[in-house]
Design a protein around this ligand. Structure first.
Ligand code: ACO
Length: 333
């Protein structure tokens, strides 16, 4: 168990939002040379939502936040802190403040957090530290990404995988600490496996002063390396977090993994000996929505009445960085 002074942490509400339009695998096969059979059998993905030019990261994040606040019965003005986990901000200076203004969360400090597909879990742990130390009592944590902006739509190895979306949770100070254990990891030596990198051209300014100006490039990925990494590291980090919580896999009600690929979900569950009915999965309809995938799936299962108050969840994010992590928590107060 982690030591804490001050308050315990509870996840008291969830919400999600996805773009209105979805593209199925048959539609995708009109863009690149692929097939429903290939995509479904290798990934489990059948369709993905793609943000229209009118739908931005901020609009999706705001919609998800409103419904999380409503479920938690928390007014926007009561929020002390907003963390927006994203790798695809509308503005590189950050999009959290825009969401803060849209919500009317006038008392909240807001910032972005970047940890790719691990962003939500890293954000959950970050938010919890502020609550445990007693600094803040009500935190809005959003995971949102619009990866369609950065996918190379001529690269069939990557464009079939990703979709857009947003999910949010409200975290509150609570007598009982519902965050039971966590573990976060990074390995930058494998950074080149998955990138959305800046590339600039040298440009002379004056005298010896030169800078590199350019733009971010499309997503590049070594799929097989990422697959191997996920299947090895995710079970390890969940076991470590369970150990910190003095729990074992049999104590889990739900395994809530980043929705990257059904094969990864199945392989991780098999290694942990978690039966498939406890594995949360909605990626068939959304694809990989990066930082949004965990709160989006959580919200669907909560609203469907599948995830019940008091149930124990192992959430694990993994992806670019490379980064990965797990948090064991109980839903509700
Ligand atoms: N449609 C049809 N054929 C395809 C497609 C496609 N969309 N993509 C690749 N292929 C072909 C390849 O060209 C290759 O053909 P070849 O043998 O003639 O060269 C063949 O299919 C096999 O390609 P592989 O890359 O070896 O396919 P693999 O079985 O490894 O599956 C996949 C690829 C699905 C990407 C897998 O590696 C994977 O799931 N990796 C994990 C990726 C992931 O989840 N990334 C995100 C996690 S982190 C984050 O969320 C940001």
């Amino acid at each position: 168990m982690h030591q804490f002074i001050g308050a315990g942490v509870a996840v008291t509400g969830s919400g999600s939002a996805a773009p209105s339009l979805s593209l199925d695998n048959v539609g995708l096969s009109q863009i690149v040379e692929t097939s429903d059979e290939w995509i479904s059998s290798r990934t489990g993905i059948q369709q993905r939502r793609l943000a229209t030019p009118q739908e931005t990261l901020a609009t999706l994040a705001t919609e998800a936040s409103r419904s999380a606040l409503a479920m938690a019965e928390v007014e926007p003005q009561e929020i002390d802190l907003i963390i927006l986990a994203t790798s695809t901000p509308d503005d590189l200076f950050g999009t959290a403040s825009k969401v803060q203004a849209e919500l009317g969360a006038v008392n909240a400090v807001a910032f972005d957090l970047t940890a790719a597909c691990s962003g939500f879990v890293f954000g959950l742990v970050t938010a919890s530290q502020f609550i445990r130390t007693g600094v803040y009592r009500k935190v809005l944590l959003i995971g949102a990404d619009v990866l369609s902006r950065w996918v190379d739509w001529s690269d069939r190895r990557t464009c079939v995988l990703f979709g857009d979306g947003a999910g949010a949770v409200v975290l509150q100070a609570n007598d009982r600490d519902r965050l039971l254990g966590f573990e976060l990891r990074s390995d930058g030596s494998q950074n080149s496996c998955l990138n959305l990198a800046y590339a600039g051209q040298p440009r002379s300014l004056v005298g010896e002063h030169a800078i590199a100006q350019g733009n971010y490039q499309f997503i590049t990925m070594n799929g097989q390396e990422v697959y191997r990494f996920a299947v090895k590291r995710v079970p390890e980090v969940i076991e470590k977090a369970l150990h910190r919580a003095s729990l074992s896999t049999e104590d889990l009600d739900w395994l809530l993994l980043h929705q990257a690929n059904q094969r990864i979900l199945d392989a991780v569950a098999q290694r942990l000996k978690v039966p498939s009915e406890k594995v949360v999965s909605n990626l068939a309809r959304y694809g990989n929505t990066s930082a949004a995938s965990i709160p989006l799936a959580l919200d669907e299962y909560v609203r469907a009445g599948k995830i019940q108050p008091g149930q124990t969840i192992a959430a694990s994010g993994f992806g670019a960085g490379l980064t990965w992590g797990a948090a064991i928590f109980q839903w509700g107060r």
